[in-house]
Structures are given as structure tokens and as C-alpha cells.
Write a protein that binds this ligand. Structure first.
Ligand SMILES: C[S@@+](CC[C@H](N)C(=O)[O-])C[C@H]1O[C@@H](n2cnc3c(N)ncnc32)[C@H](O)[C@@H]1O
Length: 473
């Protein structure tokens, strides 16, 4: 069993309400627990697990854990490409949309951005993104002070990402065609359950990225409101919550939400906390949140935020600040704008946002950015603890009283095939209370003899998103 070295120390000093999670037994899913998933038809199992045995399961799950964690590296390289195309912290060149890449190559803008990135990587200064990429390049045997090899490496990564985007676009078109006959609603809009199905596993052979933005949090608030209105969740019912894979905003793959003018940040834990209080589903003095992730960048980021919150808990103007830009060129529906305006008001207070660079402010077609920021209260940060856990292959063995009322996981299962998604569903189920819910925007195949069933779906009516509710039986 792998345990983060910093965890016991941090737990001893920082954990209050959630101590039981720190002390608990994190382990690979046992053969007995995985059995219902392994009992599926043989063609749905990985080749190595046909005619499964305990020895085969243990060998496969350990190998698979390494493989999954290894995919983070490629996700990091994808982020480097996003930064190359959209970043503003290292260059004054215009941003490049993927569809305009050929033109940008012809006019020399791409070349100029690559040169500026190479220069930035050579001397990152206090730019945390460039510092991270400098180390990433070194880990690939590239010396960032050598412009030639750095340039070739960057162009190769760009080419790989563009090829993957083309494959994905084809996959998306095929899937949409498949769902069209029964998948279109009365006004021609896609059926939410069809959307929910076609996304699943779409990125199964890509690097695992940390990309995150405001949109999935809006989807989750919509789902929580729906659950409250239908009486599935009641006032004050949620006390123990987990976010699986909150991500870290570095430089998003979508140009409309890709920014690097503010420090890296995580949004989902605070946005979810905020929504639970806004909807009255949790009480502010009785909430504890666990954040599960395989990325040490996410885990360390949250640990550092907690350490800062602990050392400054009583000082004014401390806490975790989230920057919330919104690009005006992409019109948002009124309810999303209302969500954006309120985000953070139950867990923090409004502060002056960081001013974006002038190029972003003047924006696309004269439409720039509207910005706001919120400072999250230190006590909220301290109620969130981060734990390294691979939800596909691991679980924490918790007593019933310590299990979660609610788990949230968005834009994570899209990286996994159907078998891995079933394993993840059952691992989440093992950590939920009876009747507890897992909310996710990717379909998870239910397992015969397993503990989780899909109880419903919320149509978010924005961004082709739908949120499924899986309930522990
Ligand atoms: C694309 S980001 C999504 C972030 C956020 N949930 C959102 O929707 O904006 C995926 C996140 O899931 C995490 N992740 C991916 N696979 C995981 C796994 N098997 N177990 C735990 N976390 C995982 C990644 O490290 C990353 O933080």
C-alpha cells in the first residue's frame, strides 16, 4: 500500500472532523471485492483477466495502477501545448485557436510563440507554470537551455496533440451519428442520456490532464438543485463529502477557458462546498470534505493551501483566492451567469480580481473578459483534506458512520474504458453510506451483484452536459 509521506504529519496537525479518513486503511481493491466486476461476460474483461484468479487480479491491478498514474505525464505535456497556444504570461503574440493553426504557421505567429516559450522555459523567473514545464522537460531528458532540442520537442508534442484532436473529433462525430436516431429530443436537441452515454470513455487512450473550469461545477449545482427539488436530498442531509479528481487550472484545452494570468488554482472543492450551503443541503458547521486524486500536483496544492490557512487562520485577508474570468465572446445562459456571480459567496468574500493582460481584455472580436474573484475562508480550506487515491483500483475501508453522503466526480471517467469505469463505480460505492450518491457526467456501467445503481439523470441544458446520480443500495 502506497501512502503519501506527508500525510500522517499533516493529518496529525490539520485534521479535525475528518481524522478517520487519514487513519483509514487505503488499499487496492481486493479480489473478493472486485469479483462482481470480474464476473462480467468474458469479452468485457481485459485479456489478462479472462479466467480470473486472485494472483492474476493482484498482478493486473498493480500494473494498471502504474499505467494510469503514468498517463499524467502525457496530460502534463498536453498542458504545455495548451500553454503554447493560449498562454499570455510568456509572450505578447496573439493566442492561436487550433482551427487557425495553419494560418498562424504561415504568418509566423506560431514560430514566434514557440520562440517565446523556449525563452521562457530557459529563464522561468517566478512564472510557476514555466518552472513546472522546465522540470517536466528535464524529466524527458530535454535541456531547456538548448533552444534547438527544446523547439523540436515542443513541435513534436504539438503535432501529437493535433493528431489526437483529429481522432477525437472523428470519434465524437461517429458517436453523435450513432445516437441521433433515438437520441434527438422533440426540438432536435440531443437527448441528455444519449450525451451522457457518448462521452463515456472518449479519452480512454489519451494522457490524463488536470484541466478544470467553472462549467462542471455549474452542472453539479444544477444536479444538486434537481435532487433537492425531487426530495432525493433533504435539507442538512450532507455532512461528509468527497470530490474525486478536482483538477488544477494550469492552461485549459478549451481556448475560451484557458488562462494563465493568475496562479494555478483548484475550483471544484470550494464550488461544491458553496453549492451545498447555498442549497441548504449541508450546514456550514458540519461539513467535511475529502479530495481524492492520483496527481501529486493536486494533492500538494491542497496541502499547501491548508498549511497557509492554518498558519494564517486568524489574520485578515488570508485564505485561498479563486479567480473567475468569463469570456464575453461566448454568450452564457442567464442561469450560468447567475451561478458565476454567486460562486464563492457562501464560502468566501468578494475581493478585487487580478487584472488580465490588455490583449485578453480587448479580447476576441472586441469582446474581452469580465472578471471577479473570491477569497475562500480559511476554515473552509481546513475542512478539505487531500488523499492520494486511484478510484479505479483503490478504496478506503471506512466504518459506515465515516462513509460519504455524497461523492462528485466530473470529467474523470471519460479517461477510462467500461471495465475500469465499473471498477471505479464499485470503489466509490464501498465508500458511500447506504443511500449515498455519486454524481458524475460520464456513464458508469452498473455491475450485476454490485452495490451501485443509476437512480436518475439531470439534464444541465448547457455545454451538452448531463449529470447521472448513482446510488448505493
Ligand atoms: C480533467 S480533470 C477534471 C477536473 C474537475 N473534476 C473538472 O471537472 O473540472 C481530471 C482529474 O481527475 C484526476 N484523476 C484522473 N484519474 C483519476 C483516478 N483514477 N483516480 C483519482 N483521480 C483521478 C486527475 O488527476 C485530475 O485531477
Amino acid at each position: 500500500m502506497r501512502v503519501s509521506l506527508v500525510l500522517p504529519l499533516v493529518c496529525a496537525s490539520l485534521c479535525g472532523v475528518a481524522l478517520s479518513v487519514c487513519a483509514a486503511d487505503r488499499a487496492f481493491t481486493s479480489y473478493v471485492s472486485a469479483k462482481p466486476v470480474l464476473n462480467q461476460p468474458v469479452d468485457q474483461l481485459p485479456v489478462e483477466l479472462r479466467n480470473p484468479s486472485e494472483a492474476k487480479w493482484v498482478a493486473w491491478s498493480q500494473k494498471e495502477d502504474k499505467a494510469i498514474r503514468g498517463r499524467l505525464d502525457q496530460g502534463n505535456l498536453d498542458s504545455m501545448v495548451n500553454l503554447l497556444l493560449y498562454g499570455t504570461s510568456f509572450t505578447k503574440q496573439p493566442r492561436i485557436k487550433v482551427e487557425n493553426l495553419t494560418e498562424a504557421s504561415r504568418t509566423g505567429i506560431l514560430r514566434a510563440r514557440v520562440d517565446d516559450l523556449i525563452a521562457g522555459l530557459r529563464n522561468p523567473g517566478d512564472n510557476e507554470r514555466l518552472t513546472f514545464l522546465n522540470a517536466l522537460l528535464r524529466s524527458h531528458g530535454i535541456d531547456p537551455s538548448s533552444p534547438g532540442e527544446t523547439g523540436v520537442f515542443i513541435y513534436n508534442q504539438l503535432q501529437r496533440v493535433i493528431q489526437e484532436i483529429q481522432i477525437l473529433a472523428k470519434r465524437g462525430e461517429e458517436a453523435k451519428r450513432l445516437i441521433q436516431p433515438n437520441g434527438a429530443g422533440p426540438n432536435g436537441a440531443p437527448d441528455p442520456s444519449a450525451i451522457f452515454n457518448w462521452r463515456a470513455g472518449l479519452l480512454r487512450d489519451r494522457g490524463v490532464s488536470l484541466d478544470t473550469s467553472i462549467f462542471p461545477n455549474f452542472s453539479i449545482e444544477q444536479a444538486l438543485r434537481d435532487l433537492r427539488n425531487r426530495g432525493v436530498l433533504r435539507e442538512g442531509q450532507v455532512a461528509r463529502v468527497a470530490v474525486i479528481g478536482p483538477g488544477l487550472d494550469f492552461s485549459d484545452k478549451n481556448d475560451a477557458s484557458s488562462f494563465d494570468y493568475y496562479p494555478q488554482q483548484t475550483l471544484q472543492p470550494f464550488a461544491l462546498y458553496d453549492s451545498l450551503l447555498r442549497l441548504g443541503l449541508a450546514r456550514s458547521n458540519a461539513i467535511s470534505m475529502t479530495i481524492f486524486d492520483i496527481s501529486s500536483r493536486v494533492i500538494d496544492h491542497i496541502q499547501r493551501a491548508r498549511e497557509r490557512a492554518l498558519s494564517n487562520a486568524d489574520a485578515p485577508n488570508t485564505g485561498y483566492v479563486i479567480q473567475l474570468p468569463r469570456q464575453l465572446a461566448n454568450p452564457w445562459p442567464q442561469d450560468l451567469i447567475a451561478y458565476w456571480r454567486s460562486l464563492g459567496d457562501r464560502v468566501g468574500s468578494e475581493v478585487a480580481p487580478i487584472t488580465p493582460p490588455s490583449g485578453l481584455l480587448s479580447g476576441i472580436e472586441g469582446k474581452g473578459l469580465e472578471t471577479r474573484a473570491a477569497r475562500i475562508h480559511p476554515e473552509v480550506v481546513l475542512n478539505c483534506q487531500a488523499v492520494d487515491l486511484n478510484i479505479v483500483l483503490e478504496r478506503i475501508n471506512l466504518a459506515e458512520a465515516d462513509r460519504y453522503d455524497l461523492m462528485v466526480a466530473t470529467n474523470i471517467f471519460i479517461y477510462y474504458d467500461a471495465f475500469e469505469r465499473s471498477l471505479a463505480l464499485e470503489n466509490a460505492g464501498a465508500m458511500l453510506k447506504h443511500g449515498g450518491l455519486l454524481l458524475t457526467n460520464d456513464r458508469l456501467p452498473e455491475v450485476r451483484g454490485g452495490s451501485m445503481r443509476q437512480a436518475g439523470l439531470t439534464d444541465v441544458q448547457y455545454n451538452r452536459d448531463a449529470v447521472g446520480w448513482y446510488q448505493k443500495r
